[in-house]
Design a protein around this ligand. Structure first.
Ligand SMILES: C[C@@](CO)(OP(=O)(O)O)[C@H](O)COP(=O)(O)OP(=O)(O)OC[C@H]1O[C@@H](n2ccc(N)nc2=O)[C@H](O)[C@@H]1O
Ligand SMILES: Nc1ncnc2c1ncn2[C@@H]1O[C@H](COP(=O)(O)OP(=O)(O)O)[C@@H](O)[C@H]1O
Length: 300
């Protein structure tokens, strides 16, 4: 049996997030374009005696995270053990967090995806990626994409994925907020203030991605949840404006927020954006990353 497995997993940014009506369970129909970016978490899964499931966090926001069965990472390990009837399953998970917690970058979902991949290897389950996808979808709407990575369109709840053809590398600067936002609260605010939208993805965005034209991509970033996120954290409007004034090709709230994502024309340009944003008191920290990158991967 393998003694330890280390997995790296990316965060995501939604280049488009169109929000339609709700299904009978209250989930919104989405039309989204995910991109996996190089800001990521790392999961170490170590062998543990049968029936022992332990979880610890280090790094960004670690102190605020539950380590019991309410944590998606713990649920992912137990779900895999149960569905694949892994005899003697047990694991000690240590997660180094860099993805901002409750930031709209799918940190919890990323950890869950990474745990599926890590425990699959640790326990020699031998499941293929597409066999892990239904478990991922059960855990949360963002989890299946973090298994796949790259750039992909998500429809339905966000779990039906089609990969998107892209050229080149996209340079991102992220402005982190002092407080998080709850995804259900943002959807609720959207429902209170907005009619369901068409879930169509802007064709110019897809053309820009195919051509590797960052200016076109930047100009066509769109997020139907942005107004709701700003209503709950009004300072975000100023953050977005600052980035645009500093020359960002596009500025958007990432997913349900509150992290703001700025597309830069180059690596050097992303450093300039980070410097311009870091001085604003409404910004807790800045991070730079590039995309697209692969989904959850076992490290050698
Ligand atoms: C908004 C998005 C955009 O990618 O990401 P985040 O900003 O949270 O990272 C996702 O749709 C979030 O995905 P995730 O955080 O995995 O959501 P889930 O755990 O499945 O659901 C949490 C809650 O979000 C709302 N929800 C989620 C997905 C969806 N299609 N419709 C919804 O209304 C529901 O209120 C649900 O109870
Ligand atoms: N492994 C985890 N990493 C981050 N957040 C987690 C994790 N497990 C549970 N959570 C909880 O999930 C909620 C959403 O966090 P997160 O996934 O980081 O943000 P978002 O859904 O905005 O992308 C937070 O309230 C957090 O406490």
């Amino acid at each position: 049996m393998t003694r330890a497995v280390r997995v790296r997993v990316p965060a995501k940014v939604n280049l488009a997030l169109r929000v339609g009506g709700t299904d009978p369970q209250g989930f919104h129909e989405l039309g989204t374009v995910f991109q996996a970016v190089s800001l990521g978490d790392e999961v170490l899964a170590e062998a543990a005696p049968a029936g022992q499931f332990r979880l610890a966090f280090h790094g960004e926001g670690a102190a605020f995270l539950p380590v019991d069965d309410t944590n998606l990472a713990m649920r992912a390990a137990k779900l895999l053990a149960e569905r694949f009837q892994v005899a003697g399953a047990g694991v000690a998970l240590t997660i180094r967090k860099r993805i901002p917690v409750a930031g709209g970058m799918a940190g919890g979902s990323a950890d869950a995806a990474a745990v599926l991949v890590a425990c699959n290897a640790l326990w020699d389950v031998g499941a293929m990626r597409d066999e892990l996808q239904p478990l991922a979808a059960e855990l949360g709407s963002d989890v299946p994409f973090l298994l796949v990575g790259g750039t992909a369109i998500g429809t339905g709840r966000g779990v039906d994925l089609t990969s998107v053809m892209t050229s080149g590398t996209y340079h991102w600067t992220f402005a982190l907020s002092h407080a998080g936002l709850s995804t259900p609260a943002v959807f609720k605010e959207f429902d209170r203030t907005t009619e369901p939208q068409s879930t169509e993805i802007p064709s110019r965005l897809l053309e820009g991605l195919r051509a590797g034209d960052a200016a076109v991509v930047g100009a066509n970033l769109t997020n139907d949840l942005e107004a709701a996120a700003i209503a709950l954290q009004p300072g975000l409007e100023h953050t977005l404006k600052l980035g645009l004034e500093a020359g960002a090709l596009g500025a958007i709230v990432s997913g349900s927020g509150p992290t703001c994502a700025f597309l830069a024309g180059s690596d050097a340009h992303s450093i300039e954006l980070a410097e311009a944003l870091a001085v604003f008191s409404g910004v807790r920290a800045v991070r730079r990353a590039f995309g697209p990158v692969a989904g959850a991967q076992v490290l050698p």
